[in-house]
Ligand binder design. Structure first.
Ligand SMILES: [Zn+2]
Length: 282
């Protein structure tokens, strides 16, 4: 069986982007001719995974796919360059469990209205006081969906943004490149706001003030996940910038139980069945 090709918006990386990735990831997958993270170049470049139905939803039937190693590689680098780690590259909307359907539809609603939301700078804040409800998965899926539809997205951990914002860069051009990117990308996705060290609150406010404020004035949307309530978010982090951000934001509470134990069990089952999760844009 063949899987559908990557979305047409998935293009090979530019040389500078490729070099940048290689510099920070010594084990980067550099050639689909020699290695493959999906089929592992075994069984004549095939792997076993669930078949999809006509609506492209995963069924329970296991089939053998011919691996298009180059497609998988292109998508891998494309997502990696946008900050999306491999485990989230392999997860899709089918993997959302234990979140009520109307919530899934609300989040999808933002994606389906992407053009309008991005043009008008509509921010989105996915929050839940409980850990492991799938906020990060939603964030990664939104990024992949937006990229597949031709928008640029940058996925990052809130703490990493703070680290990069404050770190001393050896290369001034690299710093400039990063700053331009987080300020100007169509959609900036920041995961886990609220877990940062309390001692760094000044730095956090400074970053929020410089990056978020610049984005808000350009009407460039930011999507954030947080374990804080909307009220707590609005009262923290440089009141001015956050209130600007929340003025044009939708808050969606992601309820649910911790899905991680179930996810671990599922991974074990997949391993027992000898399945390989392909990298997917949906
Ligand atoms: Zn392969």
């Amino acid at each position: 069986m063949k899987r559908p090709p990557p979305p047409p918006t998935c293009q090979p990386l530019s040389n500078p982007d490729f070099d940048r990735l290689k510099a920070v990831r010594p084990r980067l997958w550099t050639s689909p001719k020699d290695t493959c993270l999906t089929c592992l170049k075994r069984d004549g470049n095939t792997y076993r995974w669930y078949a999809a139905d006509a609506a492209n939803r995963r069924t329970e039937e296991v089939v053998t796919y011919e691996c298009d190693c180059r497609d998988q590689w292109l998508m891998h680098l494309w997502f990696l360059n946008a900050g999306i780690p491999l485990n989230y590259q392999r997860l899709g909307w089918d993997d959302i469990k234990a979140v009520p359907q109307h919530i899934v539809e609300q989040v999808m609603g933002y994606a389906l209205q992407a053009a309008r939301n991005i043009a008008s700078g509509r921010n989105l804040i996915l929050w839940s006081k409980d850990p492991g409800t799938g906020k990060t998965l939603f964030l990664a899926l939104l990024c992949k969906f937006l990229m597949a539809n031709g928008f640029q997205a940058h996925f990052s951990q809130f703490n990493d943004v703070i680290d990069l914002f404050t770190s001393t860069w050896r290369d001034k051009d690299e710093r400039e490149h990063w700053t331009r990117r987080v300020r100007n990308v169509d959609v900036l996705a920041m995961d886990d706001m609220g877990k940062e060290n309390k001692g760094r609150i000044d730095v956090v406010e400074d970053m929020v003030d410089r990056i978020i404020r610049a984005r808000v004035s350009d009407a460039a949307p930011t999507i954030i996940t947080s374990n804080r309530s909307p009220q707590e978010i609005q009262q923290g982090y440089g009141v001015y910038a956050m209130s600007l951000l929340s003025e044009s934001a939708d808050f969606i509470e992601i309820p649910g139980t911790d899905y991680r134990p179930a996810r671990r069990e599922l991974s074990r089952q997949e391993a027992d069945l000898g399945l390989a999760r392909p990298i997917t844009a949906v």
